[in-house]
Design a protein around this ligand. Structure first.
Ligand SMILES: [Zn+2]
Length: 98
């Protein structure tokens, strides 16, 4: 059985892990924040849907889409900065304002 997949979604999540993995800055890396970052980046990127066998491995795809990756990296970086500045949870101390 085939299912619809958005290649951009896979690529965005991959890039987020790469960027967060290489970052020493204080960016929350929990699933909530990763998904917030992914959603924000994906809203600024064109979808790339394809039909795929369920459970198929996508590692090959990533190598053939280096051009898309540059654009993904730009949007992911923007989204990370936005989320890092406006964390929606784990606010231990009220800093007031905002
Ligand atoms: Zn978080």
């Amino acid at each position: 059985m085939k299912i619809l997949k958005n290649y951009m979604e896979i690529l965005v999540l991959q890039v987020i892990d790469e960027v967060l993995g290489n970052s020493n800055e204080e960016i929350c890396k929990c699933d909530d924040c990763r998904l917030d970052i992914a959603a924000m980046a994906l809203n600024n990127l064109p979808p790339r849907y394809f039909a795929s066998e369920k459970g198929e491995i996508f590692s090959k795809l990533s190598l053939s889409h280096l051009t898309a990756k540059t654009e993904v990296l730009t949007q992911v970086t923007k989204a990370i900065m936005h989320i890092a500045n406006k964390p929606r949870h784990r606010i231990d101390k009220s800093v007031g304002g905002a």
